[in-house]
Design a protein around this ligand. Structure first.
Ligand SMILES: [Fe+2]
Length: 324
């Protein structure tokens, strides 16, 4: 297990966000440590250090980028906010600053995905993360706390860093999940979702929602961190629609695929169909069929397929019989 990538504790339990109208420094410190540790804990799932240099998705950078990136964004934002004087490692603070959008047109930084690009060793990035953790602890200790914290407060840059760390929990979880299964381990203390085989999924109902005018937008004095696009107010008319009462199950989605859902553009938005066509998807990314579908991985994993080939050849489309 790659426990040496941890600069704090191994944890898979998240704290709730602090109330910015009445939090203490110890609340903020605990939330920071938890955010930072959760992110590092994900990377203990990688089988060995070589996996940090793999691209699980051809539109994303290697995993080492995501491990270093969140610490670098802390440093760069804290420097901009005037809370940090000087730099910790300026080379890293350029290399790990900007990622790549998961868009087919965003190939501007493909060179960082290539085999000739020299990423630092994992140990160097671990040490960088350790230093950044210490620096942030010092800033939390030394910065006077005036409540409530709002976007004019110097603490806003810290809160942004905490939430940015958490945004990347999702990015990195998905990327790690996209790896060939042989490149990941179950982390210590990780619990698989319980199986409830005796409980059949309930039949999903569609619920009608009447057309109405809605207003959305976050008030500026709401006591939690918000990204800039959450503020302001927009009022618009939403026409009548239906929504399912429960989450869509895999079984429901299998019905959609059996009905030819992945070959009927009229069932998709234009943007969705364009994406499906670009990815050559025949089913959700994490499903496994026996048609040998493309995995969508990059660099040396590009030829890999999560889906296995059937005996006697490859079918044109995934059909009932292809799903195990
Ligand atoms: Fe980011």
């Amino acid at each position: 297990m790659l426990h040496h990538v941890l600069t704090g504790e191994l944890t898979f339990t998240s704290l709730t966000p602090p109330d910015l109208s009445q939090c203490s420094k110890s609340d903020l410190l605990a939330y920071f440590e938890n955010s930072y540790s959760l992110n590092e804990s994900l990377f203990t799932a990688l089988k060995d250090e070589s996996v940090f240099y793999k691209c699980p998705d051809r539109l994303r950078l290697p995993l080492i980028f995501y491990y270093g990136h969140t610490a670098v964004v802390f440093v760069n934002k804290l420097a901009l906010a005037g809370l940090l004087k000087g730099r910790i490692n300026f080379e890293f603070e350029k290399m790990f600053e900007t990622g790549v959008d998961e868009m087919s047109w965003d190939d501007t930084e493909n060179y960082r995905m290539g085999g000739s690009y020299k990423w630092p060793r994992v140990g160097e990035v671990v040490e960088y993360r350790r230093k950044v953790r210490e620096v942030i602890r010092d800033i939390i200790r030394d910065t006077p706390l005036d409540l409530p914290i709002n976007m004019k407060s110097p603490w806003w840059a810290l809160l942004m860093g905490f939430e940015h760390e958490r945004i990347h929990l999702e990015t990195s979880s998905v990327l790690i999940r996209q790896l060939p299964i042989g490149l990941v381990n179950r982390p210590d203390g990780w619990n698989y979702a319980p199986k409830q085989t005796e409980c059949l999924p309930q039949t999903n109902q569609m619920l009608s929602v009447n057309g109405q005018e809605v207003t959305f937008g976050k008030p500026t004095d709401f006591p939690s961190y918000g990204w800039d696009n959450e503020y302001g107010h927009v009022t618009c008319y939403v026409p009548a629609f239906e929504a399912s009462k429960f989450l869509v199950t895999n079984g429901d989605f299998l019905d959609f695929i059996r009905a030819g859902g992945y070959s009927r553009p009229e069932l998709w938005t234009d943007e969705g169909w364009h994406w499906r066509s670009f990815r050559e998807s025949k089913h959700p990314m994490f499903w496994v069929c026996n048609s040998g579908c493309k995995s969508g991985c990059g660099t040396d994993l590009a030829a890999y397929s999560h889906c296995s080939l059937p005996e006697g050849g490859v079918g044109e489309t995934a059909t009932d019989a292809n799903y195990k």
